[in-house]
Write a protein that binds this ligand. Structure first.
Ligand code: SAH
Length: 194
């Protein structure tokens, strides 16, 4: 298959992602912050994730910088990748809608923060991170390049591993037993069975 099938899918994914996030990004700037737990490493990993998920694919689409690692795109991984992209964008939309003004790019809580346990959050504690893993798998499948393809998963995976425990600690400190109970009935990235 022509690599432009992969390139077009990346462009569509990025544009839809930006459209979903934009209103939340603007609104979140106006919501007062109560606590901020981001440190230097978190900022470094966030920049790394931004490079891996957005800048590297855009450079791949617009230049021949990564041409050495190109391979041929096949219909089956491409189709599975498109499915993962739709799943990822849907999860991303649902989690932003459910989280509302409680959302933040870094590790923060708001002055009027409420613990969201409804909608997609009734089964999964980190659906926004699940959505990003789904988008990362999608990118690895429909982006026919051995360097650029895995860049999303690797860069976001590093941020996730570093961040998830600190985020849960922060939520536990703020919401106490309400969060403990919530942890018992939910899964981190996929719904808890039974
Ligand atoms: N980890 C979540 C949210 C990502 S946004 C997800 O993947 O869906 C990060 C911010 O969301 C954190 O700084 C925290 O303040 C907030 N947050 C995380 N889980 C929350 C919940 N269940 N209810 C309210 N706010 C939450």
């Amino acid at each position: 298959m022509n690599p432009w099938y992969g390139k077009s899918a990346v462009i569509v994914s990025l544009v839809v992602y930006i459209i979903i996030r934009a209103p939340h990004g603007r609104r979140s700037m106006k919501v007062p912050i109560a606590e901020d737990r981001k440190g230097g490493l978190e900022i470094g990993l966030l920049i790394g994730a931004w490079l891996g998920t957005t800048i590297v694919p855009v450079v791949w689409i617009t230049t021949s910088l990564f041409a050495v690692a190109e391979y041929t795109l096949h219909p089956v991984p491409y189709g599975v990748g498109l499915g993962m992209m739709v799943l990822g964008l849907w999860l991303f939309y649902c989690s932003h809608t459910d989280l509302g003004t409680n959302w933040s790019v870094t590790l923060q809580t708001r002055e009027e923060h409420s613990l969201v346990t409804t909608g997609i959050y009734s089964r999964i504690r980190h659906p926004m991170y699940s959505s990003m893993f789904a988008l990362g798998v999608a990118q690895a499948l429909f982006l026919p390049n051995w360097i650029v393809g895995p860049a999303y998963l690797v860069s976001f995976g590093l941020l996730y591993v570093f961040r998830v425990r600190i985020e849960e600690r922060m939520m536990l400190d703020r919401f106490g037993t309400e969060y403990e109970d919530y942890v018992q009935r939910t899964g981190r990235l996929i719904p808890r069975l039974g």
